[in-house]
Design a protein around this ligand. Sequence first.
Ligand SMILES: [Zn+2]
Length: 211
Amino acid sequence: MPPGVRLPEEALAETFDVSRTVIRQVIARMAQDGLLIKKSNGATCVAAPTKQEMRQILTVRKMVEPEIVRGLARSYGVLSFQELSDHLTLEDNARKKNDRATLVRLTGEFHLHLVELTKNEILIKLITGLQALTCLGILCYAGDDDACPDADHRQVFDALQCGNAQAAADLMLHHLNHIEESLSLEDGARELTVSKTLDWLSVRFRDEVRR
Ligand SMILES: [Zn+2]
C-alpha cells in the first residue's frame, strides 16, 4: 500500500479472514519496525519517511551494503549465487512489462537476498528494516524516472560472480548513490501527493484509497 494511506483494520480482517485482534497484533509489530505509524486519533497509516529520514536511511545503507557485497565476493566459490541470478530474471520480466509496483518490490528484495547470504541475523534485521523504508521513500520521492537503474544490480552480480570484492563494493556504493540522486530529497523540492504516487504506481490501489 502507498505511503501515508490509512489502513482499514476491518477490511483487512475480512480480506484475510482473520479476527481484528490478529490484524492489530500484526499492525503493532509493523509499527514497531517503523513501517506503520499510529496516529493520535487511533488510525494507523503506512509510514511516509521524511526527506531527512530518507537521507539518513541511505547514509547508513551506503556504509553497510558495500561491505556486505565485499564479504560475499570474498566467499566466491563457497556460496551459490543461483538464487540471485533467478531473481534478476524476475526483475527483467517486470521491467519489460512496465510493472512498477512489482519492480519496486523485486528491486528491494535483491538487496535482501544479498544480506541473507551473509547468514548474519543482525545485518539481516537491519537491512530488512531499512529496505522496507527505502521502498516507501521511493514511492514518496521518486520523480518520473525509475528509481531502479536497470543495469546496476546485474553489474553487482557480475562482480560477485567473478569474486571481485573491490568492484562489487564500488558498484554497490555507486548503485546506492544512483538511487539517492534519482529521488527529490533536497529541501524545497516538490513533495509528491498521494495521487501522484498512485499514478506512479499505476492505478492498482486507487479505489482502495478513495474509500
Ligand atoms: Zn538496488
